[in-house]
Design a binder for this molecule. Structure first.
Ligand code: ZN
Length: 459
């Protein structure tokens, strides 16, 4: 096929996407109307059923695969070639509260001008519909999809995907593929598409210390017995210093620095440091860092130790002269390749013991491994080029982002290169009231996904 033929096919697919737009907005409304709040296990099984039904309506075989928690919806349809593209998405959503801040009912898709509002419309039901709409448009124009398609739609992404590594191990053969489109894609404020190639990992822990059977009068015990709050803050103060260096021996052993190529991608990203400072009302960045590539490197290629919350003693009105017997803190550590959450807890334990804090317990709560896809993979380069063609702008390539997700088993167990495409924008308000997408972004997300499908066949 000549390049002109390919261009005319892509133009026909674009036209088909526009013709079927209303249908897919309706389907999005249908999916958003089914609440599926994983944090409360509300509507989860119903939404898994609905997702499977919608896939079957489009000619996919769809199974609901049980896991230790919410099921995975697995859809499959053979294409012209055995080359297989896998879509990772999730059908669960965050709770809609606070309800009074919504301008429309969260589980009713509401259109205002070119904007669609509903819980999950961006994260992640709208993204899932862009996959369905793209594959349908390609099929309508070409008669059949040139590659085989698999859908992997989970129901616990919003609670940390605890059953995904196990689910992938259990059904590994079924998920075999050659490339993966991740659950999200977005444009930035200027409309440039973002291509995300990696995510940091996470190790979430809780520290607790109990120094006595019960709280004590501070006049009675202050000179005599240990205060749990002091024990905890002293222990925490040994974990990170004011220089921002994490002082746990061995913590940095597996950290891989950014490569030259990563630095080049970071250098080509727009500088949003002033907006960031304005948004949060801060005086500046840690360590006196200014905007620029070094700030962007530190933002994602350095691991963090963040105290999320501290609890002890009395903080109500007035004064209560109490010596607390109990204190606790929650912390998250954002991890970079090749750190693992599993290695962090024993390092913390050994460190606390060495510092004289055997009385401070540390408990692993949750975690995921960091992961990145190879930027030189032809599939990744193809997706970047396809985005450029659709949006008419050079994509922002993010070698790693600060957030975390269950990316690791897709890259390292299933061996897939992973790219992003989709319909988000910077004010999509994901997880917040009035979650939304804009119809032009929805169309471009479908177009980009459709180009990945057709060009993947030629790779
Ligand atoms: Zn989310």
């Amino acid at each position: 096929m000549t390049n002109t033929d390919k261009q005319s096919i892509e133009a026909r697919i674009d036209a088909r996407i526009h013709e079927t737009l209303d249908h897919w907005i309706e389907q999005l409304g249908r999916l958003c109307a089914q609440p599926s709040i994983s944090a409360q296990h509300l509507g989860i099984d119903e939404c898994a059923e609905l997702t499977a039904t919608m896939l079957r309506e489009q000619g996919y075989s769809a199974d609901i695969l049980p896991t230790g928690g919410s099921p995975i919806v697995f859809g499959e349809r053979a294409g012209k070639s055995e080359k297989t593209l896998l879509f990772y998405n999730h059908y669960d959503v965050q709770p809609p509260e606070p309800l009074e801040l919504w301008n429309s009912p969260p589980f009713t898709l509401t259109r205002v001008g070119d904007t669609l509002y509903a819980r999950g419309v961006s994260d992640d039901k709208g993204q899932l519909i862009t996959r369905m709409a793209a594959a349908a448009a390609v099929r309508d124009v070409l008669g059949e999809i040139p590659v085989s398609i698999k859908y992997f739609v989970e129901g616990e992404e919003e609670v940390g995907s605890p059953n995904i590594p196990g689910g992938i191990a259990a059904y590994k053969e079924r998920f075999a593929a050659d490339g993966c489109i991740w659950e999200f894609g977005s444009v930035d404020y200027s409309g440039r598409p973002e291509q995300t190639l990696g995510m940091r990992g996470l190790c979430y822990v809780e520290f607790t210390v109990e120094t006595a059977k019960l709280d004590c009068h501070s006049g009675l015990g202050g000179s005599l017995i240990a205060n749990a709050a002091w024990r905890l803050v002293w222990a925490l103060s040994t974990i990170k210093g004011p220089d921002e260096r994490i002082r746990v021996p061995g913590f940095y052993d597996n950290v891989r620095p950014a490569t030259e190529r990563d630095m080049a991608y970071l250098a080509s990203q727009p500088d949003h440091s002033d907006e960031f400072i304005a948004t949060y009302g801060v005086k500046g960045f840690l360590l006196g860092r200014k905007g620029g590539v070094e700030l962007r490197r530190a933002a994602v290629f350095e691991p963090t130790a963040t105290i999320n919350g501290l609890t002890s003693g009395y903080q109500g009105p007035g004064a209560k002269t109490v010596l607390p017997a109990y204190a606790s803190a929650k912390m998250d550590f954002r991890l970079v390749p090749d750190q693992t959450p599993e290695e962090i807890v024993p390092l913390l334990r050994a460190h606390l013991d060495a510092e004289g804090f055997e009385d401070v317990a540390v408990r692993y709560v949750a975690g995921v491994k960091p992961a990145r896809t190879d930027p030189d993979d032809p599939f990744v380069q193809m997706s970047i080029q396809a985005a450029e063609d659709v949006y008419g702008m050079t994509p922002i390539v993010e070698p790693l982002i600060g957030g975390s997700g269950p990316l690791h088993p897709f890259i390292h167990e299933l061996g897939l290169p992973v790219v992003t495409s989709g319909c988000g924008h910077p004010e999509s308000r994901v997880h917040a009231p009035n979650e939304n997408i804009r119809i032009p972004d929805f169309i471009n997300g479908i177009r980009h996904t459709a180009r990945i499908i057709t060009r993947f066949a030629d790779l």
